[in-house]
Design a protein around this ligand. Structure first.
Ligand code: NAP
Length: 258
């Protein structure tokens, strides 16, 4: 097992990509803190799935946009598991529209969860990792934060571009302590987030078919595709990689800038 003896936090792990990441890290031996904010029952289900697979996990409610709650998440993990070796900043929300119709409330919430959240958790966890002179931080960004961002995602794209930039700075700051900081930038991945983004099941099916055509690999993402990349970045296999944004999108032709 690649993560035997490690302690991990996965934010927003009650469903979707976070759930797949939590299950994957736990399957590789990490004691895993399953964070959620609203989906308490879903988070408990994920803990149950991990335990059924023979792993160890706990759930913890914390809104990562709150400094107090994000710090409590890290403190509880240290209290339960002894330390934090791996932090996956996965929690995110897709809110707002384009430049003309994004409300101030949506802008503020999107930036608070997607950008301030990782700042909150990263700072608290990095203080633990600096002391032990090792750690892995993986931020779940998006291809929407790269050049060629899709229409109607003003606040979301800005938050994810900010997360990419924050990853590079944190990698510089923490490298001397043996801490790797990287981003995974997924493309269209089938979760509740994209069903809501599409605005209903029928539109979702249509949009998913379009996104599949736009990918070199001819399909859209499954949460496990993203979890596999996170596992690589959480393991020693990636010890010489830091400050990078790894795109996991099946080779989206509309986003290629090679
Ligand atoms: P999702 O199905 O909507 O799940 C989002 C998760 O984030 C849920 O577990 C939710 O918890 C949690 N969450 C939301 N706000 C939170 C907060 N303030 N504090 C703590 N947890 C919070 O979304 P997803 O598609 O799995 O997305 C996961 C990540 O991947 C996000 O960062 C997203 O931007 C990124 N991403 C997704 C795609 C895609 O196509 N799906 C593409 C690119 C990037 P509760 O259920 O408890 O509310």
């Amino acid at each position: 097992m690649k993560l035997e003896g490690k302690a991990a936090i996965v934010t927003g792990a009650s469903r979707g990509i976070g759930r797949a990441v939590a299950r994957t890290l736990a399957r590789e031996g990490a004691r895993t803190m399953v964070n959620y904010v609203q989906g308490g029952q879903d988070a408990e289900r994920v803990v149950g799935e991990i335990e059924k697979d023979g792993g160890r996990a706990l759930s913890f409610k914390a809104d990562v946009s709150s400094r107090k709650e994000a710090t409590a998440l890290v403190e509880r993990t240290v209290a339960e598991f002894g330390t934090v070796d791996i932090l996956v900043n996965n929690a995110g929300v897709l809110l707002g529209g384009g430049v003309l119709d994004t409300t101030e409330a949506d802008w503020d919430r999107c930036l608070a969860v997607n950008l301030k959240g990782p700042y909150n958790t990263m700072q608290a966890a990095a203080k633990v990792m600096v002391k032990q002179r090792s750690g892995k931080i993986i931020n779940v960004s998006s291809i929407s934060g790269l050049l060629g961002a899709p229409e109607g995602e003003l606040a979301y794209s800005a938050s994810k571009a900010g997360l990419n930039a924050m990853t590079a700075v944190a990698a510089l700051d923490l490298g001397a302590y043996g801490i790797n900081v990287n981003c995974v930038a997924p493309g269209w991945t089938v979760t509740e987030m994209v069903v809501r983004r599409a605005g209903g099941r029928e539109a979702f099916e249509k949009l998913t078919a379009t996104k599949a055509r736009q990918a070199i690999m001819g399909r859209v993402g499954d949460p496990q595709d993203i979890a596999n990349a996170v596992l690589f970045l959480a393991s020693q296999d990636s010890s010489f990689i830091t400050g990078q944004v790894i795109v996991v999108d099946g080779g989206r032709k509309d986003f290629l800038h090679m």
